[in-house]
Design a protein around this ligand. Structure first.
Ligand code: C5P
Length: 399
């Protein structure tokens, strides 16, 4: 079982479905997990902390302090291998999505570095309300895993979506998460991400709108699945401090080329996610270029193609994945690129798809290899990362 020996925090908020948290705790303990329970004040109206303390064999935290001692939420957040919030009420979803930190449940959420799973429970109309939809999407956008509601009879007497997922299903989701948790162990993965900046003079550069979100999501997901990751990251506001990732900061395409080519021979796979500038200014002015009344032309020269170079140097056993951002003839152009750069797989995304590509928290992709194209629905980038890594895991599994 994937759950044996795992450290799980269960956050319980105030819904009638809170009674099912007893079954969840019992299931986790039976699977060999260690469990700590956090409850909101409202949850204690529905189920007694004594019940959950007895079943979890540990004190239940209901307040940021007990007596005159402070409950260290940071420590608990770092202790856990996973944080499960079940049931998550509409109020709690709103607080989690907006960082409203008025309970240990939210405080631990904000400081947790482990994967977070949330299983909502509420009445059908609350579930379908745009405010709830937005909060759920926001939480998924942060990389948290939704354990979707089930449909059926609700405590209100209405029938519809909103029931807490059955405890067996919640346990199966967690178990599955840990079972595939280490499926990339042994991989040394090179990931390029973000834009490049090509200097014109000491204050100006040519750049693009890539944020690095997709590459960082890939790096974090791969590290969580056991890979040793080197993330060669162009200039962007974002970065990552997740365990298992070495970040190499670069600025220009040529710096990225050097960082990536130096490391490639030692890697088992590469994912080239960076939006590398195809051209750079032929010369970099030593002083700021002065304004004058005349037209100004820039002479540009081509940058090295990192993907093509890694493709050329690829050895048997190395697997190389590229990205293609196409505005027209997507699949045909992507497959031509796959051939030209000697890639094994190409991730096609189109900036024309709403919510996909640059800057968004979501992406919609097709995975294209020499034989087939597989289309995926619009998903948060972390879930897209897992789809790409699922394919990498399958293609590189020992036969
Ligand atoms: O040729 P195009 O830029 O469309 O190819 C996109 C793919 O090639 C991406 O995987 C991108 O990271 C990679 N690439 C690269 N070096 C370049 C240009 C693109 O690694 N100079």
């Amino acid at each position: 079982m994937g759950l044996a020996g795992k450290k799980i925090i269960l956050g319980v908020s105030g819904s009638i479905a809170a009674y099912k948290s007893a079954l969840i705790v019992r299931g986790l303990i039976k699977s060999g997990a260690e469990v700590r329970v956090l409850m909101t004040r409202a949850a204690t109206d529905f189920i007694s902390p004594l019940t959950l303390a007895t079943l979890s064999r540990a004190e239940v935290v209901t307040s940021v302090h007990s007596g005159d001692s402070w409950n260290n939420h940071v420590e608990l957040g770092l202790w856990a291998d996973a944080y499960l919030i079940a049931p998550a009420t509409a109020t709690t979803l709103g607080k989690l999505a907006n960082g409203i930190c008025d309970s240990p449940l939210v405080a631990v959420y904000l400081s947790a570095r482990c994967p977070v799973f949330f299983a909502p429970a509420m009445d059908v109309d609350m579930w379908l309300h745009p405010a709830t939809r937005r909060n759920v999407e926001r939480l998924r956008g942060y990389g948290n895993h939704l354990i979707d509601v089930e449909s059926g009879e609700l405590a209100s007497g209405l029938t519809g979506q909103g029931r807490l997922a059955e405890p067996e299903r919640i346990l199966a989701v967690l178990d599955d998460h840990f079972a595939r948790h280490r499926d990339l162990a042994g991989h040394r993965l090179l990931i390029t991400a973000g834009p490049t900046h090509e200097d014109l003079d000491p204050v100006r550069y040519l750049g693009n709108r890539s944020t690095g979100k997709m590459g960082i999501a890939l790096a974090e997901a791969a590290a969580a699945r056991g890979a040793e990751v080197t993330l060669v990251l162009g200039p962007t506001e974002l970065s990552t401090s997740a365990a298992g990732i070495t970040v190499v900061d670069v600025r220009s395409a040529r710096e990225m080329y050097t960082a990536a080519t130096e490391r490639w021979a030692d890697c088992t796979a590469g994912i080239l996610c960076a939006a590398v500038a195809d051209y750079r200014p032929a010369t970099v002015a030593a002083e700021k270029i002065k304004k004058h009344g005349e037209e100004l032309s820039l002479r540009l020269v081509p940058n090295p193609d990192i993907a093509r170079e890694l493709g050329l140097r690829k050895q048997p056993g190395q697997y190389l994945i590229g990205f293609a951002l196409e505005t027209e003839n997507g699949p045909a152009n992507a497959r031509a690129k796959l051939e030209r750069k000697n890639l094994d797989l190409i991730v096609l995304n189109s900036p024309r798809d709403p919510g996909a590509a640059f800057g968004h928290d979501t992406n919609q992709i097709q995975l294209i290899d020499r034989n087939k194209a597989t289309a995926y629905e619009l998903k948060p980038k972390r879930a897209v990362a897992d789809d790409i890594l699922d394919r990498l895991a399958v293609e590189t599994a020992p036969s």
